[in-house]
Structure formats: structure tokens, C-alpha cells
Design a protein around this ligand. Structure first.
Ligand code: HEM
Length: 437
């Protein structure tokens, strides 16, 4: 009989012995590369729990039903700790922290749920976002984008691709697809920019205050808009979403379908624009693949997958073990935080040889951009479709898109996004070929 020895979390190497915490918080992508260059797989986090950095380990943990979502109390507690630390540093005093706006937002997110609530409410969200219903969104996406491109071309000059094109496109598309009253997309976009501050590892007190104020306003605005849209009459997406959520219970109370839609579409309004920007950024830096996409628009899906593999918008999330979990010889007791470093999974040379190379021809199967297992992102089909619509439009004949300057990645955030990505968009009168340079 073989006796296997149980390894404990305390036996794992400590993350901060391998990468200084300041570097980890400054640039998660580069810190992940440092860890992957060594022989590291699972590490011990200084705040407790484990950090998963190898692609195979991340995917196997993601697929384990006992590695569940982090509950609201875990996420608000962590956010409050960061805010308290920032305030102590800034003012030398302890201030009370208002967790309510964040708690309300997170409580309605499928992202913080586990069975039994997770099962029903995830299904309600995922059903209208399956590949077939998403195909029926393409016409509206193209229409919204065409109108926006005409506006940008008519205005002439330079734009910030992320802020002026990708984010405007995503917020306008989703407000229309959900049938929300007109005239609110720009405000939603502004709130997304403010809420993005919550992803900072070391927020200044002002960042946290702004993120929480924006979270409060976002939920109030969206709940009101969804309520008005439901009264105004039929909308395919909204009707399926609300019918799916209606009758479900959360913490023993009936689910508020307006809050449910508001919370769960945060990533639709926010993360999709970041993903499109990152994919276009990698494409513009690769004239060879740009030319290939112009010749063959069917490559758009691979370009989007590869651009978001190298620069996945959501670089990490935290899962929590719902029961004791064995990973090889390691025991992860119930309640262990499992930090899933999705960006590291995408840069693991064991899964993606020469991982820094932009190569849309490589298989995307093992990518961890959208997580995995029972919690894999339910919005992924819609995100991919919107990314492909943009890539098609930008490489279509007649449009000239030119990068201006060199964008930098924003440091100190769990979101991989560019500080500013300046491009010039025009429609030269004589051009028949399209010219994305
Ligand atoms: C390119 C854009 C997006 C990226 C990169 C992204 C990424 C992710 C990732 C990494 C996870 C964690 C999965 C896991 O733990 O295994 C996730 C979960 C989730 N995403 Fe997305 N997402 C995107 C767009 C969307 C959209 C458009 C929606 C909604 C319409 C959405 C809603 C959700 C929800 C509700 C969850 C939690 C799922 C669950 O726990 O079952 N996401 N996403």
C-alpha cells in the first residue's frame, strides 16, 4: 500500500519571496512572467490562500466545482482593508468605511454566487448569451458601429481608441440591445471609468470614494432604466433575462430583476471595450497579421482570441474553496482563497510556446481569458462577437486607421488596460483598399 503524504499550504513557497509585492501590484503581467520563468505552480499568498500561476493548474482548479466563487463578504472585506490602509497612510487615522454601494452591486452579481443560487441565476444570464441568440445581435452591433465610425470620421483628427471608440461602442450597443431609454450611454461610460478605480491594488482614498460613489449611481441609474424598459414593452434580451431571474431567491429574498440585470451587465458595459482595445492594439502592432485579416475577414475570431490572450482584460479573480479540496498532494481546506491569475495562465510557455509572440494561428483552446469550468464567463460569446464586428469594420475597404504614438499599460490595476491609445481614423476619398496602418 502506498501512503501519499499530504502537503499543506504552509509548505508552499511564499509569493513575496519570489516577486516583491510592490512589483506584483505594479505589473501583474510582468510579475507572472517572472514566476513562470521558474518552476513555480502554486504559491502561498502573504494574506493567506494560494496563488495559481500555471495554465494546467489554473484550469484544473477552475473546473473543480468545490473551487467556488468568493462571496460578497470576502470581496467587500478585502476592499475595505485596502481603503482603510490607504486612509491610514494618508491621514494617520482610521475612518469608517461605507461598504453599502459595493455590497449591493456585488450581492446581485452571479460572480459572487455559489449553488444553489448560482445554478439558477447563472442559467438565466447565460441562456440569452449563447452563440445562437448572440448571432441575432450582430445586425444591431454593426449598425451602432457604422454610425459611430461615421461620427468619428466626420469629426476628423485623432481619437483615444479605448475611450472614444471601443467604450462608446460597447455602452451604446448594450443600452440599445437591452432596450434601455435613449441618452444614457455616455453617463454609463463615465461611471464605468470611475468604477474601474476599484480594481486598483493600492487605491488612494479618493479613488475608492469615487469608485463607490460611481457604483451607487450606476446601480440606481441602471435599475431605473431597466424598470422603465420593462414597462415600455417587449425587448427580447431583457424579457428572457428577467423571466429567467423572476421567482428566484437570493439570501431568502425574491431576486430584484432590475438589480440583477444592472449588476451582471457591468462587464458588458466595461470589460468588452477594454478587450476590443487590447485586441486592436496587438493587431496594429503586427502589419503581417493586419494584412492577413484584410485579405481574410474570417481570421477576426482568431485575432480577437490571440489579442486578448496576450492582454486579457481581467487579469485575476479570487475563488474560494467550498469544501476541502485535494490538488495532487496538496490539501486546500474549505474556505481557502484561490487567486486565479488568468493572465499567467495565458503566458505559460507550457501551454503557449513563445507566449509573448502575437500569433493568431495558434490554438486558443487553453486560454484562460474567460476563466473556466462551471463559472466560465457567460458573456464570452457576446464579447467575441462584438470584438469581431469591430475588427471587420476596421479592416474593411475604405477606412484608414493609423496608430499615433506609443500607448502604455496602466500600472497598479487588476485590469489590463492602456492609458491612452491614440489613433487617427479617416475615409480617404480615393481609397478602395482600406488602409489600417
Ligand atoms: C471580454 C470581456 C470579458 C472578459 C475578459 C471576462 C472575463 C471573465 C472572467 C475571467 C470570469 C471568471 C470566470 C471564472 O471564475 O472561471 C468571468 C466571469 C463572469 N463574467 Fe465575464 N468577462 C467578459 C465579459 C462579460 C460580459 C459581456 C458579461 C455579461 C453580459 C460577463 C459576465 C460575467 C459573469 C456574470 C461572471 C461570473 C460567472 C459565474 O460565476 O458563473 N462577462 N468573466
Amino acid at each position: 500500500m502506498t501512503v501519499t503524504q499530504t502537503e499543506a499550504i504552509s509548505d508552499l513557497p511564499l509569493l513575496t519571496d519570489l516577486v516583491p509585492l510592490a512589483e506584483w501590484s505594479r505589473d501583474l503581467c510582468s510579475a507572472s512572467r517572472t514566476l513562470l520563468a521558474g518552476d513555480h505552480d502554486l504559491l502561498r499568498h502573504p494574506d493567506g490562500g494560494v496563488v495559481a500561476v500555471r495554465n494546467a493548474t489554473i484550469r484544473s482548479l477552475a473546473e473543480d466545482p468545490a473551487v467556488g466563487n468568493a462571496p460578497v463578504s470576502f470581496l467587500t472585506g478585502r476592499s475595505d482593508d485596502r481603503l482603510r490602509r490607504a486612509r491610514e497612510t494618508a491621514e494617520g487615522s482610521r475612518c469608517p468605511v461605507d461598504a453599502e454601494p459595493l455590497r449591493h452591486f456585488l450581492r446581485n452579481q452571479v460572480f459572487t454566487m455559489n449553488p444553489p443560487e448560482h445554478t439558477e441565476l447563472r442559467r438565466a444570464l447565460a441562456r440569452p448569451l449563447m452563440p445562437r441568440p448572440v448571432r441575432s445581435f450582430v445586425g444591431l452591433a454593426e449598425q451602432v458601429l457604422d454610425a459611430l465610425l461615421e461620427e468619428l470620421v466626420a469629426a476628423g483628427g485623432e481619437i483615444d481608441f479605448g475611450r472614444d471608440l471601443a467604450a462608446v461602442f460597447a455602452t451604446r450597443f448594450w443600452t440599445e440591445q437591452l432596450g434601455l431609454p435613449d441618452g444614457h450611454a455616455a453617463r454609463i461610460q463615465h461611471l464605468m471609468e470611475e468604477m474601474n478605480l476599484q480594481f486598483r491594488f493600492n487605491p488612494a482614498p479618493d479613488d475608492s470614494a469615487r469608485a463607490r460613489a460611481a457604483t451607487r449611481e450606476y446601480m440606481a441609474l441602471l435599475e431605473s432604466l431597466v424598470g422603465r424598459a420593462l414597462e415600455a414593452g417587449p425587448n427580447d434580451l431583457l424579457d428572457v433575462l428577467t423571466a429567467g431571474a423572476r421567482g428566484s431567491r437570493l439570501d431568502d429574498e425574491p431576486v430584484d430583476v432590475r438589480a440583477n440585470v444592472a449588476s451582471n451587465f457591468f462587464d458588458a458595459f466595461h470589460t468588452v471595450g477594454v478587450a476590443i482595445t487590447n485586441a486592436v492594439h496587438h493587431l496594429l502592432a503586427s502589419p503581417e497579421h493586419l494584412a492577413a485579416l484584410r485579405r481574410d475577414p474570417a481570421l477576426a475570431a482568431q485575432v480577437f482570441a490571440e489579442g486578448t490572450r496576450i492582454s486579457p482584460p481581467l487579469m485575476l479573480t479570487t475563488r474560494v474553496t467550498l469544501a476541502d479540496v485535494r490538488h495532487g498532494d496538496l490539501l486546500l481546506p474549505a474556505g481557502t482563497a484561490v487567486h486565479m491569475i488568468w493572465v499567467a495562465g495565458n503566458h505559460d510557455p507550457d501551454a503557449f510556446p513563445d507566449p509573448e509572440r502575437f500569433d493568431p494561428s495558434r490554438p486558443a483552446r487553453s486560454a484562460t481569458t474567460f476563466g473556466g469550468g462551471a463559472h466560465v464567463c457567460p458573456g464570452r460569446n457576446a464579447a467575441r462577437m462584438l470584438g469581431e464586428v469591430v475588427l471587420h469594420a476596421l479592416t474593411a475597404p475604405g477606412l484608414h486607421v493609423e496608430q499615433v504614438g506609443t500607448p502604455q499599460w496602466v500600472e497598479g490595476s487588476g485590469i489590463r488596460h492602456l492609458d491612452s491609445f491614440r489613433v487617427r481614423i479617416s475615409r480617404p476619398a480615393t481609397s478602395n483598399d482600406g488602409d489600417l496602418a
